[in-house]
Design a protein around this ligand. Structure first.
Ligand SMILES: [Zn+2]
Ligand SMILES: [Zn+2]
Length: 457
């Protein structure tokens, strides 16, 4: 029994009683506390409700039960694929190990690998194909090397906050390498439930008093939705931020895996443990479920989540290879990655904004806007302490907006929010929807009469 979080929670929470009360109700052995005042609730045979003698509020059984429902830590289980390469396929393939960064790579037998796609090292030694999960599907490259190079070239134009050390990175354009990145695609049917503490607030005026009436509600929602092909990258060498920023891929263009598909490119082995990838898929599913359930709670002034739980069934995982053009560049001991989606041409990177340039741009815009506003106010004869402060705030906002717009141009990699792109269309079913009114609280505040305020209203 976990008592929920309450504003006025009396010590002790709900506790077990040793005697049974009414008609064998499932919750009758538990003493519940009044959500309004904390006094113990009693079952009223006449009303069929739980009643509070102290404050004379009464509550529906379902509402109080929902409020105290135990926390379910439901997980999402996925069946991980285990199919490995057959003897014939293994014979048509060649594995390599990079001596520079340790990447384990593979391609078909006639492709000669000369360079590691991750670190550019030329010392990549042949290995035998053994173990490893066999990819089921591959999305072939549709963005040509020339098109990817053009995308990369264009990137360097007009990027005001790009650190100077990157300006000559475009010299590495010839070193753009094609890589098939391993992803796991997660399918599942997720269901979830959530309860919320919600309030409707009304403010009215009675004479010299401002009265605030707050109606308290317990809101519960449950629903389900299906997800299809949420991608999580299985490569240890690529940050999830990079691979999530390359999304989405169009899976309808995928073909069945065959060694020949890899001709002319290297593919990375899926080396991130499936459990780690599962955790990321689960986060994204939960985040989408949370958003979907929460979006059905409307009409309240405030809504706070009290409890939520999620489950998934039919979890299925498909190993796939996605096409990525990669350029890595080492600056001051750190490796930076530029990546281009080999199907859509979308570019992302982990290049940071230049601190000094950000400061100069932000500061410059601030000074310019502030000077302009001051000049305008001086001309209008409005220059005073208060108006100066307002001008400074406006100028500051302009500076911050400028820096964030310029930073946005850098196309920095970021984590994807939920799994919104992978919800099966119209699959969201709201199975439970209850809004229980609990009680109303009132507060009042004396309205201060300002000497110069306008009378009436
Ligand atoms: Zn009470
Ligand atoms: Zn390497």
């Amino acid at each position: 029994m976990t008592p929920g979080r309450k504003a006025k929670k009396p010590a002790g929470g709900a506790r077990l009683l040793n005697h049974t009360t009414k008609e064998g109700l499932s919750m009758s052995t538990v003493a519940y506390q009044c959500p309004c005042c904390g006094a113990p609730l009693e079952y009223g045979a006449q009303s069929g409700k739980l009643e509070c003698r102290a404050c004379s509020n009464s509550y529906e059984l379902d509402a109080i039960e929902a409020m105290h429902a135990s926390e379910e830590t439901g997980g999402i289980q996925f069946d991980m694929p285990t199919e490995s390469f057959g003897a014939q396929e293994a014979a048509q393939m060649q594995a390599y190990i990079c001596q520079g960064c340790g990447a384990e790579l593979m391609t078909e037998e006639t492709t000669t690998a000369t360079q590691c796609p991750y670190c550019g090292s030329p010392t990549i030694l042949p290995e035998r194909i053994e173990g490893g999960v066999k990819p089921e599907l591959v999305i072939p490259f549709t963005v040509s090397k020339e098109a990817a190079q053009q995308e990369f070239e264009t990137y360097f134009k007009g990027k005001k906050l790009l650190p100077n050390v990157f300006l000559n990175s475009r010299n590495r354009i010839a070193e753009m390498r094609r890589l098939y990145v391993p992803y796991w695609l997660f399918d599942c049917s997720a269901s979830g439930s959530a309860t919320y503490d919600a309030q409707k607030r009304r403010v009215r005026r009675e004479g010299d008093w401002e009265i605030t009436e707050t109606e308290h509600y317990l809101v519960s929602r449950s629903g389900a939705m299906d997800f299809s092909a949420i991608p999580v990258d299985g490569s240890e060498k690529l940050d999830n931020k990079i691979t999530e920023s390359l999304e989405p891929y169009d899976m309808s263009a995928a073909v069945a895996f065959a060694p020949a598909v890899l001709a002319g490119a290297l593919a990375d082995h899926a080396d991130v443990k499936s459990a780690d990838c599962e955790a990321r898929a689960r986060e994204r599913v939960q985040s989408s479920m949370e958003q979907a359930l929460r979006s059905t709670v409307t009409g309240y002034s405030t809504v706070n989540t009290r409890r939520q739980s999620f489950h998934a069934e039919g979890g299925k995982v498909t190993p796939v290879l996605m096409p990525v053009w990669l350029i890595t560049t080492v600056k001051e001991g750190t490796t930076y990655t530029f990546a281009i989606n080999g199907q859509t041409g979308k570019l992302t990177c982990d290049v940071p904004a230049d601190g000094k340039k950000s400061f100069l741009w932000g500061g410059g815009v601030f000074a310019g806007v502030f000077a302009l506003l001051c000049a305008l106010m001086a001309a209008a004869g409005m220059l005073a302490g208060g108006t100066l402060l307002i001008a400074a705030i406006i100028a500051l906002i302009a500076g911050v907006i400028t820096v964030s717009v310029l930073t946005g141009q850098l196309k920095q990699a970021a984590h994807a929010g939920g799994a919104g792109d992978y919800i099966v269309k119209d699959s969201f079913r709201l199975s439970g929807r209850k809004d229980y009114y609990l009680h109303t609280t009132r507060t009042r505040r004396k309205i201060e009469k300002k000497p110069d305020s306008q009378p009436g209203k």
